[in-house]
Design a protein around this ligand. Sequence first.
Ligand SMILES: Nc1nc2c(ncn2[C@@H]2O[C@H](COP(=O)(O)OP(=O)(O)OP(=O)(O)O)[C@@H](O)[C@H]2O)c(=O)[nH]1
Ligand SMILES: [Mg+2]
Length: 169
Amino acid sequence: MYESVLEFLKKEKAHKHVVLVLNKCDSVPNWVTGAPIQLLRQFSRLHSDKKQISVGFMGYPNVGKSSIINTLKSGKVCRVAPVPGETKVWQYINLSKRICLIDCPGIVPTSAHDSETSTVLKGVVRVEALPTPSEHIPTLMELYISPGRTACLFRTHTTRAGDGKPKIS
Ligand SMILES: Nc1nc2c(ncn2[C@@H]2O[C@H](COP(=O)(O)OP(=O)(O)OP(=O)(O)O)[C@@H](O)[C@H]2O)c(=O)[nH]1
Ligand SMILES: [Mg+2]
């Protein structure tokens, strides 16, 4: 999470628990997905003097905050989309009588040291909104396409020619 947000929470809301959630780990075993609910129940027991605890979901746009809430609720309570900026206002969802979840719009810190390209590559800007999307491709290639991976990409375009021999297209 962003340093500025953590700093703020430490100074102004020292009583808040901060949990770092790594989402989009599609290959994790099912039992891992049960853990967040247990953790939230623990927090609610820890604050049994309070009527209800509120759990805010903060992060860059499009990282899957609303999806996590839908998973926790086992249903579609928040709108989800493959583009950043889907959640526009805070939404309160009761997970149980004692636990309230808050779906927040994604935040992009203004003081970030990120270059425009790294912001684009993090997926926080709609590609349609970029005047020249192609200018970010060289960095994308540099960062993510290693020589080994390039070979893989070529292999996916391999088709069988009529003589049964692989043909690179
Ligand atoms: N592969 C994969 N995709 C996911 C996962 N979680 C969410 N997504 C996808 O990521 C996209 C964004 O999900 P959202 O839940 O709308 O993300 P968000 O953080 O709420 O986005 P904003 O509301 O724009 O801030 C959607 O297309 C989801 O289907 C995941 O665990 N794995
Ligand atoms: Mg959302």
